[in-house]
Design a protein around this ligand. Sequence first.
Ligand code: HEM
Length: 255
Amino acid sequence: MTMTPQQIELVKSTVPVLRENGVTLTSYFYKRMLSNNPDLKNVFNMDSQTSGRQPRALAAAVLAYAEHIENPAALAKAVERMTTKHVSLDIQPDQYSIVGENLLHSISEVLDVPFESDLIEAWKQAYLQLADILIGVEKQKYQALAAKEGGWAGWRGFEIANIENSDAGQLFTVKASDQQATIPAVAGQFISVKVKVPGHDLHQPHQFVLSNDQDQTYQFLVKPEENRTEFSVSNILLDHYAVGDRVELSAPLSK
Ligand code: HEM
């Protein structure tokens, strides 16, 4: 459904208030979403959660989109960046309705307007437009990855084949558990690695940069994180993972 000029005006006129209350908006949004959908704790990085970086990034992107709603092409670069990140984390279309619902409730809360109102309906249309764009681009990226020789979309099981100590950290080498081909990767591309968090019924993903041009195995350097928490993927890998253990990887992507 295309937005009416009135809806566009409603959305644009409330962006400044939402931006001013950005911290309230994002913290309310995340708390609400994660308490209603605890499964998503496996998707979001609980580390950056705490620092609030990610919640701000998502809401800020929605607000930026709303500002440029008559000229979405202005956001092409941002769309490229968001969709690359999302694809590396296996974000799926059905998750957009969860984010949307929680975001709209948060907007209604911060602006102190009823959920059933023209204003929230206008924001809903704006969100749906952006979600459609992202879902469409992500679908193409998943298809392109799956179509490559040795490629895959989403997560794939890998085994830790070697761990080498170095001054900078530990160099992990991983190979696909199914012994099948994997896409050749170029140094500087990145992958997401998903691990089980010890002592929690929880998985956490984190991105690592690949070290060399690689064929059939991938290598990445794991450095201890300074502000470590029990959810720090690097520290979990360094402290709890050994050769032979299994992790999950998303396919190599360029930033
Ligand atoms: C219109 C909706 C959405 C917008 C505008 C949006 C925007 C963003 C932005 C700007 C980033 C940061 C990108 C970067 O680091 O370069 C991000 C990352 C991320 N998004 Fe989204 N996103 C949306 C929907 C979703 C959905 C549906 C999910 C899954 C439930 C999701 C999960 C994530 C995750 C897990 C990250 C990485 C966060 C981290 O670093 O832990 N996003 N998103």
